[in-house]
Design a binder for this molecule. Structure first.
Ligand SMILES: Nc1ncnc2c1ncn2[C@@H]1O[C@H](COP(=O)(O)OP(=O)(O)O)[C@@H](O)[C@H]1O
Ligand SMILES: [Mg+2]
Length: 342
């Protein structure tokens, strides 16, 4: 009997993101679904796909009816409800189904950059200094604890949503403007973080068995005066000039020592915050060349053109072999509910 796999994902809903021109990232999930389906069917699996709309529980009966051997979890959360990404994993855990990717607690904690950074700091792993500003908080200019420049981002977002050149701020008025923009547009706290001006790396980690992929680097060739950051436009919009001036390069041009240091930091971060599945760890150097964990992305985009797929290919894997590894990691993980992971 071929293995029955059900791909679950969010039916793209571009509501709020469309309003601010950030809908391409949302629609990208369909490309990943097509790509995974093709790879799984090519390997002889029986594949079904299930798009979810809120409320999540409405789809529970449909999954139960399908009774898959495995669920391929490409659910990224509902628009305007980033925490819902972890709710899918929780639902699957509750149904006793085996599924790919990270367990629910990992998805929930990594959804908050604040919680991620606090856990890293608590374990002595390096991450830039930061400050959380809730809507309604009053900033006291005299006691602002960070040095400029800083970067201001939504505390709970991914895929460069809410990141533009103006996100990098050099003084208090600009900081206040960006904080207000995050509060108004994304309806959530703003994370103000010390700006890391150095090289930017991404590393994919997978388990079980533990596997760390080649280091990738984002190479910026932006005009002088433009902050070297991966803005929403640089990541998603091919008519944005920055899109063609910010490209991942894999493998990164790093010596063996630096490569080992980056990969070791990524593995320790993965072990602390994710545990099983696959995650892309974003790391950046501060002004003194010290590595800092910037962003932890369990279940990152694995569709065509994604950084994760690029790293897998750089490690000699075909797209199909990469998807197979993700399935094998899920099948190698203990059944949900045993408390072994997460
Ligand atoms: N503290 C920082 N210093 C320098 N650049 C940053 C910092 N935080 C974010 N960036 C830039 O913004 C991009 C998006 O930020 P990130 O925290 O990775 O959010 P996302 O979850 O949207 O990927 C990063 O790829 C990087 O280029
Ligand atoms: Mg990131």
């Amino acid at each position: 009997m071929p293995e029955k796999i059900c791909i679950v994902y969010n039916a793209p809903d571009t509501g709020r993101c469309s309003a601010v021109g950030e809908h391409v990232a949302i629609a990208g999930v369909l490309q990943a679904v097509d790509s995974v389906q093709e790879a799984l069917e090519g390997a002889g699996r029986l594949v079904s796909r299930l798009a979810f709309q809120p409320p999540l529980e409405r789809g529970a009966a449909a999954i139960r009816r399908l009774a898959p051997d495995l669920v391929f979890n490409l659910f990224e959360g509902f628009d305007n409800d980033p925490v819902s990404e972890s709710a899918m994993a929780r639902l699957l855990e509750g149904l006793g189904l085996r599924f790919t990717g990270a367990p629910a607690p990992a998805l929930r904690r990594c959804c908050s950059k604040q919680e991620t950074k606090a856990l890293l700091r608590g374990r002595g792993l390096p991450t830039a200094d930061w400050l959380l500003v809730n809507p309604g908080d009053r900033g006291e200019p005299n006691t602002f604890p960070l040095e400029f420049p800083c970067i201001v981002k939504p505390v709970c977002a991914d895929a460069s949503h809410g990141i533009c050149s103006d996100s990098v701020v050099a003084d208090l008025p600009a900081l206040r403007r960006q904080v207000a923009r995050v509060h108004a547009t994304y309806d959530q706290p703003a994370l103000v973080e010390a700006f890391l001006p150095g090289r930017e790396f991404n590393v994919l980690v997978m388990a079980p068995p533990l596997r760390v992929f080649p280091v990738s680097e984002i190479i910026y060739r932006l005009p002088p005066g433009t902050p070297p950051i991966l803005t929403y436009g640089a990541k998603w919009l091919d008519d944005d000039p920055a899109y063609h001036m910010s490209a991942p390069c894999c493998p990164a041009a790093v010596d063996a020592g630096l490569r080992a240091e980056i990969q070791d930091l990524a593995v320790r971060t993965f072990a602390l915050l994710v545990g099983r599945g696959y995650a892309r760890i974003d790391v950046r150097m501060d002004g003194n060349g010290r590595l800092m964990v910037m962003d932890v992305n369990p279940n990152p985009d694995i569709g065509p053109g994604s950084g994760a797929l690029l790293q897998a290919q750089c490690d000699g894997l075909s797209r199909r072999a990469f998807i197979d590894l993700i399935v094998a990691a899920a099948n190698g993980a203990r059944p949900p509910g045993t408390g072994a992971w997460g």
